[in-house]
Design a protein. Structure first.
Length: 417
């Protein structure tokens, strides 16, 4: 599977699916200019949605217990969470990088990294320094930092795709969210940058924002897929997905004219692509594409974030438009051919909610500090944190962890057994 921020090599993004937080747009065709793209773990909410009141903090925590400031994890701001393929929890904070061990949290890096980008096939774990001017890799015993001398420089966008992809030659690929696809060559130890035109997309109209290269994923055949979206002032267009193998870039006709924010691969090797009005799914065994219509909506809508649960079913965040504008996000998962809301039909999100999955088939959803236990039958509220945003992950032992960003409850929390 593609690497997601919440579950990484066995399932992540993530990040970053990457998700786009777009609130207050005008309607499609009359929208105000598109703001900068942002990664899934960069919360934007500053107040709770009107239909999700946050009770007084002292009464709200429910089954959540605070971790920051204890068990070897110092007090400070939490930036990101990641669970390794081995099931180990990583915590990025302004105090450094910490791993969860049987005896508590262990420091593995004494400098802050504000984003854990994930692991590559060589076992390196990559993280981004604040400001993006340097990127660091951990090989299990030591860190190596890459800057201008190694071809790395701060990207124009910080809307990184929700994971890394490694090709059969060992090159590591990373989508920055701007018109900038990064590739690391382990032989030379250098990073290079490619634009959308470099990889075969047609040049965008220079009067508008241009291309955003939003996500990368590796297919079961070893090709690297790269997603594209185009900002056109008041709306989105796109040229779909292109794939790279053996030195050649190729178009995927079934994705033409689509704005794509997220690509995932499931355990059966099928590729999932979020698009306008539909989810697209490619089956390499048959060579066929399937279109899965999104939940009904009378105006245009687009998938901004895509996760696959352990059964291979999709969980999507959808940006919807209608009336006076495109007004935040709805979220659904698909079970037995039926779309089911993450929480309920009334819940509207200002940014894509974070979701993670445990091996017992339970999904854990976090939105603006509210944490839910989700089964196909119902969503159960477990606790609320005073936070501007949150991220949830499940480690290899089945423990559920929540990072709360901003607010009086900012820090790391754990679901009580």
């Amino acid at each position: 599977m593609t690497h997601k921020i919440q579950t990484h090599e066995h399932g992540i993004h993530i990040l970053l699916a990457i998700a786009i937080v777009v609130a207050g747009f005008g309607c499609w065709g009359t929208m105000t200019p598109m703001p900068a793209l942002l990664p899934t773990n960069t919360p934007l909410l500053t107040s709770a949605p009107s239909n999700t009141p946050v009770p007084p903090t002292a009464q709200a925590h429910g089954l959540l217990q605070a971790v920051t400031g204890s068990d070897g994890l110092p007090s400070g701001e939490i930036y990101d969470l990641w669970v390794s393929p081995e099931g180990v929890l990583w915590v990025a904070s302004n105090s450094g990088i910490f791993l969860r061990t049987a005896s508590g949290f262990q420091t593995v890096y004494d400098q802050p990294l504000n984003r854990i980008l994930g692991g590559d096939d060589a076992g390196r774990v990559w993280g981004l320094e604040p400001g993006g001017e340097r990127i660091a890799a951990y090989n299990g015993s030591a860190w190596k930092v890459y800057g201008l001398e190694q071809g790395w420089y701060a990207p124009a966008s910080d809307a990184f795709g929700d994971g890394l992809a490694t090709d059969p030659q060992g090159n590591v690929w990373l989508a920055t969210g701007g018109d900038d696809l990064r590739r690391f060559d382990p032989q030379s130890g250098r990073w290079t940058s490619l634009t959308a035109v470099n990889i075969g997309f047609t040049a965008a109209d220079p009067n508008y924002q241009g291309h955003y290269l939003t996500d990368v994923a590796r297919s079961s055949s070893g090709s690297i897929w790269v997603a594209d979206c185009i900002g056109m002032g008041e709306g989105f267009e796109g040229q779909g997905v292109r794939w790279f193998k053996d030195g050649n870039w190729n178009a995927i006709p079934d994705t033409q004219e689509q704005c794509v924010f997220d690509i995932e691969r499931d355990a059966d090797g099928r590729m999932w692509v979020g698009a306008f009005e539909v989810l697209l799914r490619y089956d390499p065994a048959s060579g066929n594409w399937t279109q899965i219509p999104l939940p009904a909506w009378d105006r245009r809508q687009i998938v901004t974030s895509l996760d696959l649960d352990l059964d291979g079913d999709p969980w999507v965040s959808i940006l919807r438009c209608g009336g006076a504008g495109c007004f935040s996000t709805s979220a659904y998962f698909l079970k037995g051919g039926t779309w089911i809301p993450f929480v309920d039909e009334e819940t509207v999100y200002e940014s894509p909610p974070s979701v993670a999955f445990s091996t017992d088939g339970i999904a854990w959803v976090c939105n603006h500090g509210s944490v839910y236990r989700r089964t196909p039958e119902k969503a159960e509220l477990l606790g609320r944190l005073d936070a501007g945003g949150c991220e949830v992950v499940v480690d290899g032992a089945g423990a559920v962890w929540v990072a709360a960003f901003r607010g009086t409850d900012a820090g790391l929390w754990k679901l009580k057994p």
